[in-house]
Design a protein around this ligand. Structure first.
Ligand code: PLP
Length: 477
């Protein structure tokens, strides 16, 4: 033991038992449990011992009860603080994949809580008292809202695409326009998904222009299906040509092949009625003749993470029989949340208020600006000696691959470090770090030499302002 080799250190540091007897430490024991406190004391003392062995002069006060308990408390708080925490998303990207995408409405939260804390009829058909199918809780709603014959749900849209391809196209060819062979943030790459599904990607056309004849010529004995993929997070502009869904559907059907569309985001309502850019809807794609359409639950739909597959009954049935479906299935929490969110779509008049995604996307620019002006003094107070604060116009993004080129007018607080020239970048990063170190971390973006907070997604103004007094600008960047 280290202690045995260095009797001086052993005599200077208190024993675990002595620390345990301190009254403040006993209070920690009551809060965090004896075991957790002993563990924290051991690791703290061993770090102090190590520091002394390496020659650090431990000030006498570091060994005092007050200092020890403060360190223990901080250690225990850190150990029990959840890793997955809520944050203020002030990045201006409403559906931010790294920050959890769609926020759920209260109706969904209640539904999730009920099935989490009590048994439920997840796969149990109550009328006959017999085994049921978990998809029944949402398939009717999905059919009603999209006009599809049938529907099924899996873990996310990547899983939906994988399952569709693995069911309908293994050892066969999938024909896709070269302009749609895409990669989406978070490592979804069409060619890799195809390879995993065991099918061959047959690219047709060119990056910017693909014609019906390109598809026609590619169809052969090994073709499994024609596929269209929503370009999502990029846009091809200028001299371009794509084949309309109707024409692709007609061609596929004339050759006896299914036409499958990966819509990515997929909005269940026409967003243009809210003054938002129009995003392709599954119901339109199905009406154009698609046999299967896949889309995400937590993008524009505004629900939980899920991959939704809607389309023709026999194809959906075949997909559900694939054993991969069992591996990709959703749990009861997802189904409860999804059902509650889909039910909101039955009351379209209330949607823009009740569905957080839509509420944030349609938030009036004047409201956001007024909010910026209200919180500006508190932010200025918090950063007083380090930065100046101004209210600036900006643009929010929908995010998650929807309409990459469409931007929503918004307003931001721009924090510009007072330090100019050398060290300016460091000052900016330190500012951002300090905001991330707040009890509810505040996440903004750095652009044009300023830390910007787009307040479109700030709904809890009071909590945001209240914690600003805790901002510590000397935090290490
Ligand atoms: C987002 C997206 C995916 C992946 O969806 P996840 O739900 O994130 O798995 C697949 N395809 C397209 C076109 C997308 O936009």
């Amino acid at each position: 033991m280290v202690q045995a080799r260095n009797p001086h250190i052993a005599s200077v540091l208190p024993s675990v038992d002595r620390v345990l007897q301190m009254s403040a430490v006993q209070a920690l024991g009551a809060q965090y449990s004896h075991t957790a406190v002993v563990h924290a004391i051991r690791s703290l003392l061993s770090e102090m011992r190590q520091a002394m062995l390496e020659g650090a002069a431990l000030p006498a006060e570091a060994r005092q009860a007050l200092s020890l308990t403060r360190h223990l408390q901080a250690r225990l708080e850190a150990a029990f603080q959840p890793s997955l925490r809520r944050v203020f998303n002030l990045t201006g990207t409403v559906l931010h994949t790294n920050l959890g995408r769609a926020l759920l409405p209260a109706e969904a939260v209640e539904a999730v809580q009920a099935v989490m804390t009590q048994s439920c009829n997840l796969e149990y058909d109550l009328a006959p008292g017999a085994r049921g199918d978990r998809d029944t809780h949402v398939e009717g709603l999905l059919a009603e809202l999209t006009g599809a014959e049938d529907a099924t749900v899996v873990n996310n849209n990547a899983a939906a695409v994988l399952l569709v391809l693995a069911t309908l196209a293994t050892r066969k060819e999938v024909i896709v326009s070269r302009g749609e062979v895409i990669e989406i943030g978070g490592s979804f790459r069409m060619p890799e998904i195809m390879a995993r599904a065991g099918c061959r990607l047959r690219e047709v056309g060119t990056t910017n222009r693909t014609h019906l004849a390109d598809f026609e010529q590619a169809i052969g004995a090994r073709s499994a299906l024609l596929m269209k993929v929503h370009a999502s997070n990029y846009a091809i502009q200028g001299f371009t040509a794509t084949v309309p869904e109707k024409e692709l559907a007609a061609l596929a059907h004339a050759r006896g092949l299914p036409f499958v569309v990966d819509l990515g985001s997929g909005a269940l309502v026409d967003l243009s009625q809210y003054g938002l850019p129009k995003e392709p809807a599954p119901q339109d794609t199905l009406a154009h003749g698609a046999d299967l359409v896949t889309f995400s639950g937590d993008k524009l739909l505004g629900g939980p993470q899920a991959g939704i597959i809607v389309g023709r009954t026999e194809l959906v049935k075949t997909i559900k029989r694939n054993h991969l479906k069992r591996a990709l299935r959703v749990d009861k929490m997802t189904l409860a949340a999804l059902e509650a969110v889909l039910k909101l779509y039955r009351q379209p008049e209330k949607l823009a208020q009740r569905l957080p995604t839509l509420r944030l996307l349609t938030r009036p620019a004047a409201d956001i600006e007024a909010l910026c002006r209200r919180v500006e003094p508190a932010v200025l107070q918090a950063v007083r000696n380090a930065a100046q604060v101004s209210v600036v116009p900006c643009h929010s993004q929908i995010g998650s691959g929807a309409l990459p080129v469409e931007l929503l007018p918004s307003t931001a607080l721009a924090l510009t470090p007072l330090k100019r020239g050398r060290g300016e970048g460091t000052a900016l990063r330190q500012l951002a770090t300090a905001f991330r170190a707040l009890p509810v971390p505040v996440i903004g973006i750095i652009s044009d030499g300023a830390l910007k907070f787009d307040l479109r997604c700030l709904e809890n103004e009071r909590e945001f302002v209240a914690q600003l007094v805790q901002l510590q600008l000397d935090a290490k960047g």
